[in-house]
Design a binder for this molecule. Structure first.
Ligand SMILES: NC(=O)c1ccc[n+]([C@@H]2O[C@H](COP(=O)([O-])OP(=O)(O)OC[C@H]3O[C@@H](n4cnc5c(N)ncnc54)[C@H](O)[C@@H]3O)[C@@H](O)[C@H]2O)c1
Length: 288
């Protein structure tokens, strides 16, 4: 039974997962290697709770409960020593994830389940670096986590049925729907989302239409709730580029990152998180 969840990485995804898990009654420790990142995540979650109460999405007592359920740390050991489930949400870099899970594997209780929130990468490869590949799985959340209904569950080659069942139960407690996906780069959602976003970026580069009109066409003409360029800004253009590079290296030419994406990341235009991407933002919005 999962009572305590350790979330590693407090960026765009980690803080959203932490908020959602704490609101669902789990005891949560959110850890990040960077003290400023943890401080920022704490401010973000506090304002998210305040806004959610103001808008009537949650009751005041629920907000207070979520705050009580949350602790923050920069020490990996404090986060995972007594946990039942680890959800990793650090950068999409295979070597980083593998090294991190080797450390977590040494510290976490033997029964603890280890999950990665990777968007594209192989849970088999990451799980093989631990001594518990049966208890290793990919648990892919969507941005913004409090609002998005889906969790993709991706089994590694050794992931046990029991692990998948526990992850399903945790997901249900977080009021999420799940789909089970066989391991393949980019799973279902990232593979599709990356290709649509990349095409939109290439269209913008080729002068087919403005960013606003590309997004408007896809929203009103194809009935997507968000345009692909505003979606990329929300994801973070650095994160999107890492996803594209992984898919390009594992699946081939079709996934070559748009040169416009590469240029934007070189310029530090990372989307909402930096205030400038395909659109301009006054500040990083708190997205419920
Ligand atoms: N951004 C999205 O929309 C989205 C959606 C689904 C999945 N994902 C996946 O979630 C993961 C995180 O993405 P993100 O967009 O939240 O990234 P992000 O850049 O916003 O945050 C990453 C955080 O990880 C921290 N970090 C780096 N190394 C660390 C370490 N060794 N220990 C602890 N913390 C460390 C960084 O300080 C940073 O705060 C990636 O694997 C990404 O592919 C992202």
């Amino acid at each position: 039974m999962v009572n305590h969840i350790a979330i590693i990485g407090s960026g765009t995804m980690g803080r959203g997962i932490a908020y959602t898990a704490a609101l669902s009654g789990f005891h949560v420790t959110l850890q990040d290697i960077s003290a400023p990142a943890i401080a920022k995540a704490m401010d973000y979650i506090d304002s998210l709770i305040t806004k959610s109460v103001e808008k009537g999405y949650i009751q005041g007592e629920q907000g207070e409960l979520a705050k009580r359920n949350l602790t923050y740390t920069t020490h990996l050991e404090d986060a995972v020593r007594h946990t039942d489930l680890v959800i990793e949400a650090v950068l999409e870099v295979m070597e980083l994830k593998i090294n991190l899970f080797k450390q977590i594997d040494e510290i976490a209780p033997p029964n603890a389940i280890l999950a990665t929130n990777t968007s594209t990468m192989s849970p088999t490869e990451i799980g093989a670096a631990t001594t518990r590949p049966k208890q290793f799985v990919a648990m892919h959340f969507f941005n913004p986590v409090p609002r998005m209904k889906l969790i993709e569950i991706i089994r590694g080659i050794d992931t046990s049925d029991e692990t998948v069942e526990i992850i399903k139960t945790v997901s249900e407690k977080m009021r999420k729907e799940t789909v089970e996906v066989n391991e393949f780069p980019g799973f279902v959602t990232s593979r599709m989302n990356c290709i649509i976003g990349n095409e939109a970026m290439n269209m913008l580069m080729e002068g087919v239409a403005s960013a606003e009109d590309i997004d408007k066409a896809i929203k009103l003409g194809l009935n997507h709730p968000m345009g692909p360029l505003e979606m990329a800004d929300l994801v973070g253009l650095d994160s999107r580029l890492r996803n594209m590079e992984y898919l390009y290296h594992s699946l081939g030419e079709k996934y070559r990152p748009s040169p416009l994406l590469v240029k934007y990341v070189k310029a530090g235009r990372l989307g909402r998180k930096s205030g400038q991407g395909f659109y301009h933002y006054n500040r990083e919005d708190v997205t419920i």
